[in-house]
Design a binder for this molecule. Sequence first.
Ligand code: 6PG
Length: 245
Amino acid sequence: MMQPMLEVFPTADELMRAAAERFVRGAAETRRSGHPFVVALAGGSTPGALYALLATDGYAKRVDWRRVHALWGDERCVPPDDAASNYRLARETLLDRVPVLAENIHRIHGEDEPVAAAAAYDRELRRLLERLGRPLDLVLLGMGDNGHTASLFPGAAAIHERERWVVADRVAATPAWRVTFTPVIINAAADVTFLVSGAGKAAMLHQVLDGPYQPDVLPAQVVAPANGRLGWLVDAPAAARLEGR
Ligand code: 6PG
């Protein structure tokens, strides 16, 4: 595994601009090689600012959206128009504003029974990557203030999953039922980028990056791409407790 990269930005705005540049560069790299750009989006409150930025002319015009496949690293088990839906977040802030092809939007069916929805997404993801002959190009992740990422929460059996790419889990958050990537598919990606913003994440980011390896307590630590790049893009308030950085 390559050495993780950590970049600290003075403000959340500068963090999001750096993340947008990383997205645009990734899309350009795959285009040069004649491949589609397959990206798994994150949910929660942090990435909405990135998606909205990507939809602005300064970035959107630099991406060939017809070659982009949008997936999700996790989804809440709610209908796609629910305020808690990670699909709705990305659709409203980005996907409705750029010419991505409808057939290249691969949403998790949060409205379905969770275990069936996870199994269906696992199949869809395997079919897609087999057809494209490539791993995921980019997985965007957030980190909760309890150390979870995607919907891998502390104590989850999925943290140790070795076969399945996608599972359903009941978590200690609302909505309780989630569908989530497992470390198997996350760690097979070419690039995994965490976006962490705000003073509320400082204590947890210090534990995750500076503390002992204990993924059952700090699931974000299980993210270690086997052959891909791992980047932590954080703002100064979130980085306030990091040692020597
Ligand atoms: C979700 C996300 C989740 C999120 C973290 C951080 O479905 O909620 O995928 O993993 O990234 O909870 O959330 P915030 O960005 O809101 O702090």
